[in-house]
Design a protein around this ligand. Sequence first.
Ligand code: AMP
Ligand code: MG
Length: 485
Amino acid sequence: MSMLNLEYTYLNLPASFYSYTKPLRFQSPQLLIENEALLANLNIPQAYLNALISVDTDVKSVELSRAFSQAYAGHQFGHFTMLGDGRALVIGEIIKDTERYDLQLKGSGPSAYARRGDGKATAKAMLREYLISEAMHGLKIPTSRSIGVVATGETMMRERQEPAAVLGRIMKSHLRVGTFEYARYFLTTKDLEALLHYAVDRLYPRCRAAENMAIEFIVSVATNQFKLIAEWMRVGFIHGVMNTDNTALSGETFDYGPCAFMNQYHPKTVFSSIDTQGRYAFEQQGNIIQWNLVRLTEALLPLIEPDESRAIARAKTLIQSFDQEWAEIYNLSMAKKIGFNVADSTSKLLIAELLALMQLHEVDYTNTFAGLSHALPDSINPWNIPALRTWRKSWNETAEAQGYTMENRLQCMAAVNPVVIPRNHIVESLLSETGQWEANPEKKQRFQEALNIWSKPYFFDSNLIFWMTPPTQEDNIGHQTLCGT
Ligand code: AMP
Ligand code: MG
């Protein structure tokens, strides 16, 4: 087993930001899936994950001696609480070209922050994260990447006995809004300052030179998060648990739990069975990210200005700018979905009219936009509906009048309107077969085929109809609530 030359810059933070943890070791961990291309790209040997959690591993002990779990707090569904990596640990930081990534295990046993949790994860949940994170990467949306999933050989009790597994993932950084909340409400201002310096150096080094580093840092995080959420909404993605501990300062999507892609368009769509209030519904995501960024701003108040009332005044001005910035980023992203490259009153009106019609006629989100560019078969084509056809006529006329040729629009839309997304009924059906992979290798092949299809989501091919077809009413209801973690 070669050494990865891991680094540990995070451990330069005060000791209250982490605790050392080692993964549990298992008799015979079984590789379920491995991301060969990504491993090769990072110079990580194959079966590295197995070695990390195996009793007879030959990983040099130094490689685990500095593994650590991160401390953080967070607002979960609006309520503040102390959290921390209960079942995750960073093996170390890996450098690829000029980029630094955390190499993290999830489900590898309890840490000091586990509270009453068992530190474990179901194979199904880890394979789900693997599938969706890789699909997000295929959609060109910033995300943690999955390097592999290894079954531990144990079963664990959730709603019923479930096989357990460990996921390996990389991410530019696991720092989150909740890391700042932890420093602000449990540690000293000096610790908070150390965290800000660390986060700036690691993620936004340009803020170093700013007149006010804390403000500039929040602005940078906000912009990246607004871009990210607009990207989610571009493809109909609903994260499901946008708590502040799941909001990465790097602007990457991570911690895939009860997330899913919307089929039929409805702004209030929710997938998570625990989100009974619709706090994290599709259309709420722009508001919620602003709410989370206000929590970040509050946590940083002492570093904005030492004088509290002046700090609050500056923070208020900043917070008041969020809504407009979000609207601009979101509106531009949506304008591109109809082939316009500016968010002016014309494109905004066209989008508003289209979304209203889509909601009224209960059509599929992805296929409606894909159908503007591609000749879809009747069975999945929303554009046979007369009201939609009327909209399309006025879209064409308006676009031509503004100088957008059909060719311009097609080119613009090809980059932003996916043809295939990981539809939840397909995801769930693939996951329901994962227990049978050993006996039926073709079921694992189906999983791999799905990964392959979702890695090229912008190409239309008439062979893709199965992947483009929304669920029947029955399929949909069967998959509304998602199983355990
Ligand atoms: P999540 O919703 O996955 O972001 O998890 C929220 C918090 O609960 C995080 O601090 C996790 O580390 C912790 N957690 C979730 N499941 C477990 C588990 N099985 N054992 C220990 N901690 C857990
Ligand atoms: Mg989390």
